[in-house]
Ligand binder design. Structure first.
Ligand code: DP6
Length: 328
């Protein structure tokens, strides 16, 4: 008690979360589905302290401003639920290259949820931890689980919505895909995903059609995973991601995350498919492109992309977990 360490991995959505119906509770407009990766873990230690105020250290640097405020607000939630009032020292390290745009807020808040719940003695099962992690960053609720996970949009706003909006694992391990991450650019993003999704919901005439299509994508994706149909999984993921980016292009002002180098990778993915290799692209709030393919094809895909980007190969990874004392 009073101190705990947890590890969590990033997840990449194959059906995207893009848009909140309730910003306070991080309730999404649509459900989403992701795979948790086995690269770039975040390790987070939480220790209760008698000092006033929360201390937050991210990648060896003290967090200030908004980064500190997000963690402190999250700890306020945990304290309120645990009925405790001690502040905490949080030390978090992300193994990925900073700025690679690889969902570090997802692994970050999943690890923080697990470590903080343990340190404050909160009695929380995986579903409760998923709902808690969601309050730090929506996509973090999916990183509580390994492999494939679906995040249910849930129903209602406020507390009612909170109870019904969580992630849970779905059985897709038999697919055993590779996700080839093409890091084309690590420049700071121009617009945060939080601001970009708000602007898209508020101003894009494409938003509602995309959200309606995304609900269908989610149902079809679940069926494609169940029948182990990797080409169908890839096709649905690619169209869902391209649609999300299209909604943003029509936001006012427009948001564009894809760069010429991203588009060059998309061309190579098409060329791979023309060669009969089942490879499909997905992109998030940044220019990097993630390419889904069968493990048996990962060498050919890596070779095809190598001179266009820095390549990281990922597979299905584990859910968030406490690190035992004797493993530290
Ligand atoms: C494009 O979870 O980072 O990666 O809830 O505001 O913290 P907040 O947003 P965040 O958004 C992730 C958006 C995405 C798609 C996805 O992961 O589903």
């Amino acid at each position: 008690g009073d101190a705990a360490v947890a590890v969590a991995h990033p997840n990449i959505a194959l059906v995207k979360y893009w848009g909140k119906r309730d910003e306070t509770y991080f309730l999404p407009v649509t459900g989403s589905l992701s795979m948790t990766l086995d690269i770039y873990p975040t390790t987070t230690a939480v220790r209760l302290s008698s000092e006033p105020g929360d201390t937050v250290v991210l990648n060896d640097r003290p967090a200030v401003g908004d980064a500190h405020a997000r963690v402190a607000r999250f700890l306020d939630l945990v304290r309120a639920r645990a009925g405790r009032d001690e502040y905490a020292v949080v030390v978090s390290t992300n193994a990925g290259p900073t700025g690679a745009g690889l969902a570090s807020s997802a692994s970050g808040f999943a690890a923080l949820a697990v470590a903080a719940a343990a340190a404050y003695g909160l009695d929380a099962d995986a579903r409760a931890l998923s709902r808690l992690a969601r309050r730090g960053s929506g996509s973090a609720c999916r990183s509580i689980f390994g492999g494939f996970a679906v995040w249910h949009a849930g129903e209602g706003d406020g507390e009612a919505g909170d109870a019904s909006s969580y992630a849970e694992p779905i059985d897709g391990d038999a697919l055993d895909p590779a996700l080839i991450v093409a890091v084309v650019d690590d420049g700071a993003k121009a617009v945060s995903s939080r601001e970009a999704m708000r602007r898209t919901c508020d101003t894009s005439p494409f938003y509602r059609p995309w959200a309606d299509a995304s609900r269908v994508d989610l149902e079809e994706m679940r069926k494609a995973i169940a029948r182990r149909d990797l080409p169908a999984v890839g096709e649905i993921a690619e169209r869902n991601a391209l649609g999300m980016h299209a909604t943003m292009l029509l936001a006012r002002p427009s948001v564009r995350y894809l760069s010429p180098r991203s588009v060059a990778i998309l061309d190579r993915v098409l060329a791979l498919r023309a060669d009969g290799i089942a490879a499909y692209a997905t992109m998030d709030a940044g220019p990097n492109v993630k390419v889904l393919c069968a493990r048996a094809d990962e060498q050919r895909v890596t070779t095809a992309l190598r001179d266009a980007a820095d390549i990281q190969v990922a597979h299905l990874g584990p859910g968030a977990a406490l690190v035992r004392d004797d493993e530290r």
